[in-house]
Write a protein that binds this ligand. Structure first.
Ligand SMILES: [Zn+2]
Ligand SMILES: [Zn+2]
Length: 347
């Protein structure tokens, strides 16, 4: 089978011929339906993320496929079932796992890092993932690329569990890439009264409007803070969600929320991850800052059900599709900032 493999930090990914895996006892072999490219794949290739990434691994962790072969002892899956799995296989025994925060596992194995991922014709689902109930069946009416988005959607759900949206809230989203557009939709589902999306790109702001943002702002020519104050009687937004990894925006986010407002540092920050902030804003205004990283099985299952129900629009997030034979072009396309979500499908 063909698979797009990691060759080391800063090296271009290479499409190579690999043996098609055989499912052993407890494993399931899936025929990949689609894998959507993620910013994380780019960070791995650039060498910005190297912890836990193995040389030669097949990249891609946002994947959906069809059950092709079922290993000995596996029950509940049939040939042709449309399935997807959360990419983290956690240890179950470390501190975070024991506290129920498996997405923060200290000894995690990850699809696309050290488990062969979805930028290939076939993907083997590990026994541990099957045993832990991670492989989820979804309604066959979905396009596989829609189901592949369960991964980023589940991460956004985990983020939202931390920052919370209450009915009637005003939510500001900084960055209208795929992640910002997912937070926008979730905020609308959760009952936000107004969602404000800020992004310098005209096309991304147009996507935000199409997906329900009541207000979009071009931060290069408009005063986002003044617009938010106008919308909120001078108080500030209830929530700001940082969906772009620019350190200087952390402090901007603090200035956008009301007293006792919430700020989510959802995006990982570039460089060393440092940011200068006016900490007294947090102190005097009693602002809550929360993080979010990865997602667990429960968030993933919620994401799959949301996609199936149509409550979240996944089709309009997938703007481009590349055949697997052009997977390197797909990666370059995403790196150039083109499109929203780019799907790679086996030829
Ligand atoms: Zn991802
Ligand atoms: Zn663990």
């Amino acid at each position: 089978m063909l698979g797009l493999t990691y060759r080391g930090p800063g090296e271009p990914a290479r499409l190579v011929e690999l043996p098609t895996p055989e499912p052993g006892p407890g494993e399931v072999l899936t025929r990949v339906g689609a894998n959507t490219v993620c910013g994380t794949d780019l960070r791995i290739l650039r060498g910005e993320k190297s912890k836990g990434v193995e040389l030669g691994v097949v990249l891609g962790h946002e994947v959906a496929g069809y059950v092709e072969r079922v290993g000995e002892g596996v029950t509940g899956f049939e040939l042709g079932d449309l399935v997807s799995m959360p990419p983290s296989v956690c240890c179950g025994v470390c501190g975070p796992c024991r506290r129920g925060h498996e997405h923060l596992c200290e000894d995690v194995h990850l699809v696309g890092y050290d488990i062969n991922g979805g930028l290939a014709e076939y993907m083997l689902i590990p026994r541990e993932a099957i045993q832990r109930g991670q492989l989820l069946k979804a309604s066959g009416h979905l396009e596989p690329a829609q189901l592949a988005l369960a991964e980023p959607i589940s991460c956004c759900l985990n983020g939202m569990d931390n920052y919370r949206v209450e009915v009637g809230d005003v939510v500001v989203i900084l960055g209208a890439g795929p992640i910002g557009l997912i937070h926008l939709q979730l905020a609308r589902i959760a009952g936000a009264r107004t969602v404000v999306v800020s992004d310098p790109s005209d096309t991304r702001r147009a996507s935000a409007t199409a997906l329900g943002a009541q207000v979009t702002v071009d931060p290069t020519s408009q005063d986002l803070g003044a617009i938010v104050r106008d919308l909120t009687g001078g108080e500030g937004a209830d929530v700001a969600v940082l969906c772009i990894g620019r350190p200087e925006l952390v402090n901007d986010s603090l200035t956008l929320v009301r007293k006792r407002g919430r700020v989510s540092i959802f995006a990982g920050l570039g460089g060393e991850g440092w940011s200068n902030i006016a900490a007294n804003l947090i102190h005097y205004r009693e602002i809550t800052i929360v993080g979010a990283s990865n997602s667990g099985r429960a968030s993933f299952a919620r994401a799959v059900r949301l996609i199936e129900s149509g409550a979240i629009d996944t089709k309009s997030l997938i703007t481009h599709t590349f055949p697997l034979s052009k997977a390197t072009e797909a990666i370059e396309f995403v790196a150039a900032g083109e499109g929203i979500k780019v799907a790679v499908v086996p030829d």
